[in-house]
Design a protein around this ligand. Structure first.
Ligand SMILES: [Fe+2]
Ligand SMILES: [Fe+2]
Length: 472
């Protein structure tokens, strides 16, 4: 079961050949996906051979193989984590019942919406990143970009499989629509705000992987707890791939910080722009931006939708089964940040209504861990600066803080103060122009752009100067 059937046109471990109707639906969708990939996938590299990882099994040991692939020939497929015998619904009103193998009729619409919203982010990020190839800081980074892109493509397959297998005609219509929306398009945008932002440069890309893919991790982890078993199994395997995306973000930023510190020490100045580096103040403004738009993805602090998803058994908490409580939360409370006049305070709210905020808290704690590692790099250079996450109220478009202006250190500020200071807090036009000016491609194996340090090691045991993408 764990082995993946690669003889089929659509690689899978779900015995697709036994379900002719589903197989036909997916075979019908496959050329449309490829058309989308060619139109909206990585620009300019479709014919190049890239050293990519492809899933070959869902076993924890040795689940992937590496080799040169042209991206349109990547074996996107359908891989679900192994079923757990006797799995039950672990939370909400149906706690203790056997996990659903079919969509519960009364929750059909809600569940479809959850899956479509997750599914929509996958192609969106590929679209956002499609022009980054031509400004890559190295072949190593170029390969990592493409690895992330093909895996987001596979995550789209994962969601389309669930839609086609379990939602009939509606599911097939949603699968089509997933290929028709476009990131940033005025008429048919992607569903969520952060997925309509531009990713114009590699600093933005690494921060997108760090902050926005990490939102994905938390959403997938909550859906992996779902009482709808096929969704749970799909998300569990997606999380295996997702870990690499956050690795790309965290190590990419770590290498930028490393290089910045080297330049600061060498030239005894904070202003490393003169020497072609990214100064820490600019990095901080970019962190503020990407963190804040990603915080919005968790939704409103108080949400009856979130409560319903939980009570219905469709979407759990992060690490639901490791938590020691009743997993129903009818009487529990949770502390939520709120706006209190011009102050930010916390209050106890019904735990069920606060599930978005709770997931956001788990996420923020996780974000802080990588940040601490970047700060360790700064400290190891004897530099007395710390990068920080902005306050959760900063630059928010959704939830309790959407109506006010909050500084990165968490003060509610007047419009006048915001107008006077926001250029210190968010990337300015000047920052964007400077970052853009650094984006000159470096494509000689083993060479790196001046603004980023080489990685500690290569991919899959290969040397750093390996030819990760064959451009010849
Ligand atoms: Fe993904
Ligand atoms: Fe991802």
């Amino acid at each position: 079961m764990a082995g993946i059937d690669y003889v089929e046109q659509i690689p899978n471990n779900v015995n697709l050949h036994e379900n002719r109707r589903l197989l036909r639906a997916l075979e019908d969708w496959q050329p449309k996906f490829l058309e989308w990939w060619k139109d909206m996938g990585p620009h300019g590299y479709q014919a190049k051979e890239v050293y990519l990882r492809t899933a070959i099994s869902v076993d924890a040991q040795g689940w992937a193989k590496f080799g040169y692939v042209r991206m349109p020939e990547y074996r996107w497929g359908i891989f679900l984590a192994e079923p757990e015998a006797g799995r039950q619904i672990n939370f909400g009103d149906h706690q203790g019942s056997p996990a659903w193998q079919e969509v519960p009729g009364e929750y059909r619409g809600v569940l479809r919406r959850l899956i479509v919203t997750q599914g929509d982010t996958e192609p969106a990020s590929v679209e956002q990143q499609r022009h980054l190839g031509r400004t890559c800081p190295s072949l190593y980074d170029l390969r990592n970009l493409f690895q992330v892109n093909v895996e987001e493509g596979r995550h789209l397959w994962a969601m389309v499989y669930i839609l086609d297998a379990h939602f009939g005609r509606d599911g097939r219509e949603e699968s089509e629509a997933l290929l028709q929306r476009r990131s940033g398009d005025a008429d048919k945008p992607r569903i969520l705000g952060a997925f309509n932002e531009k990713t114009p440069d590699w600093l933005s890309f690494f921060l997108f992987c760090y902050f926005t893919d990490r939102d994905g991790k938390y959403q997938l982890a909550s859906l992996a707890e779902s009482g709808f078993d096929p969704l749970s199994r799909t998300c569990r395997f997606m999380l295996t791939e997702e870990a690499h995306h956050m690795f790309v973000g965290e190590t990419g930023m770590g290498r930028i910080v490393q290089r910045t510190c080297e330049l600061m020490r060498e030239h005894k100045t904070d202003d490393v722009r003169k020497f072609g580096g990214l100064d820490l103040a600019t990095i901080q403004r970019y962190i503020n931006f990407h963190c804040s738009v990603s915080l919005d993805l968790f939704g409103s602090e108080i949400s009856t939708n979130a409560a319903n998803f939980y009570t219905m058994g469709l979407k759990g908490r992060f690490e639901e089964t490791k938590k020691r409580d009743d997993h129903r939360l009818k009487d529990a409370t949770y502390s939520v940040a709120e706006l209190n006049g011009d102050r930010i305070t916390t209050r106890e709210e019904a735990a069920l209504l606060s599930l978005n905020e709770r997931l956001r808290d788990d996420y923020v704690a996780d974000c802080n861990r990588g940040l601490a590692r970047w700060n360790q790099i700064i400290k190891s250079h004897g530099i007395d600066v710390e990068l920080t996450l902005p306050h959760r109220g900063f630059h928010r478009a959704i939830g309790a803080f959407a109506e006010v202006k909050v500084s990165p250190d968490g003060r509610v500020v007047s419009e006048a103060e915001w107008d006077a200071k926001h250029h210190q807090w968010l990337p300015t036009e000047d920052d964007k122009a400077y970052v853009a000016s650094l984006m000159q491609p470096v494509t000689e194996p083993g060479k790196f752009a001046n603004w980023i340090a080489p990685p500690a090691r290569g991919i899959n045991g290969q040397p750093v100067d390996f030819e990760y993408v064959r451009l010849g």
